[in-house]
Design a binder for this molecule. Structure first.
Ligand code: DAH
Length: 332
């Protein structure tokens, strides 16, 4: 056993002497000191060694390892400044004059950034931030929002139900109900969050995306307040040139209801872009949370955050937002 060790040492020392350039040195390192090198292989001799030989062999192996590593390093610095290294086209292996590498910093995901910007713009208009759970019951996702049992939106195939009466929320409008249930008006909140729908994934659909909900409840709130708020938001967020348009639409929880379009620059052209729904809170919703609909009035809106981010930054495929490719994400 110990003979074999000596043999290995002689062989390695001879080969190291013959090494003429950095490439050959690297080959040597792999052959002897690498993870699958000869020294590693020699370690397995231990298990075949007799009881008396074992300690000696162990010590010998350790000593040889240290010796070879030291010899390797010595050869490395010799070669670093030798003609051999230059001939192989390499400079010294360590160039102390090279500038250091700056550590890369993490950053918030583009969707997080856009949500923070949205919250800030609405905060300047006096809106607080509210939150709600992603796992919801039917009351908050449908019933209190005036979406009756027979409504197609409640089809089990169009929702992620987890049991008979609980599902992943399909809209942040659930948070309107939660806030009104435990707060008395006046109320002015925005509520950002994830929502879930079993949509087939493509460039514009994802089964999880983000919305930001808005709710304003007070006495004598009118459609003019809604439109003014949305115009102010558009100007603050997209620039003074941004125009807002409300297109009549239908939602069970608002009456009248509208779809919000914003004219914005996408790459080189200006275009109307749909951002979400809005309207005056339906009296049935106030009744569901115990507010007197003769006393209280309000408006609500729900905007798609991905859509805003995609339009704003010219991102043409929603899937890029979730693939976690750092080359994509670090552009924002
Ligand atoms: N919850 C609606 C959706 O997900 C969007 C919406 C429409 C929210 C009108 C509202 C609203 O607050 O008033 O499609």
């Amino acid at each position: 056993m110990l003979d074999r060790l000596e043999q290995l040492e002689q062989q390695a020392t001879a080969e190291l002497k013959a090494v003429g350039d950095a490439d050959a040195l690297e080959q040597f390192r792999i052959r002897y000191l690498g993870a699958k090198g000869q020294l590693k292989a020699a370690m397995s001799w231990l298990k075949d060694a007799s009881k008396e030989d074992k300690p000696k062999l162990g010590q010998g192996l350790n000593a040889l390892k240290k010796k070879l590593e030291a010899a390797f390093e010595a050869r490395q610095s010799e070669l670093g400044s030798s003609a051999g290294a230059k001939a192989s086209g390499r400079g010294p292996m360590l160039d102390v004059t090279e500038p250091g590498l700056a550590p890369t910093m993490g950053r918030a995901h583009v969707i997080e950034q856009v949500m923070a910007q949205l919250i800030e713009v609405f905060a300047r208009m006096g809106f607080d931030v509210a939150e709600g759970p992603e796992l919801e019951d039917e009351r908050h996702n449908f019933v209190a929002l005036n979406i009756p049992m027979q409504h197609p939106a409640r089809d089990p195939l169009d929702n992620f139900y987890v049991d008979d009466s609980h599902l992943l929320r399909t809209q942040t409008s659930t948070i309107q109900i939660r806030v009104m249930e435990h707060t008395q008006p006046p109320i002015r909140i925005v509520a950002p969050g994830r929502v879930y729908r079993p949509d087939t994934h493509d460039a514009t659909h994802s089964s999880m995306f983000h919305q930001i909900e808005g709710l304003y409840v007070d006495r004598k709130v009118s459609m003019v307040d809604l439109k003014t708020t949305l115009i102010n938001f558009a100007h603050a967020f997209f620039g003074e040139e941004a125009e807002v348009r409300l297109r009549p639409s239908y939602f069970p929880f608002t009456e009248p209801s509208a779809e919000l379009d914003i004219k914005m620059q996408v790459k080189d052209t200006w275009d109307w872009v749909e951002l979400g729904g809005c309207g005056m809170v339906d009296p049935a919703v106030f009744e569901a949370v115990g507010y007197d609909p003769d006393e209280w009035t309000g408006f609500a809106f729900g905007l798609g955050v991905e859509r805003i981010a995609m339009r704003r930054y010219g991102i043409s495929d929603i899937r890029w937002l979730y693939e976690n490719d750092v080359r994509f994400l670090k552009q924002f």
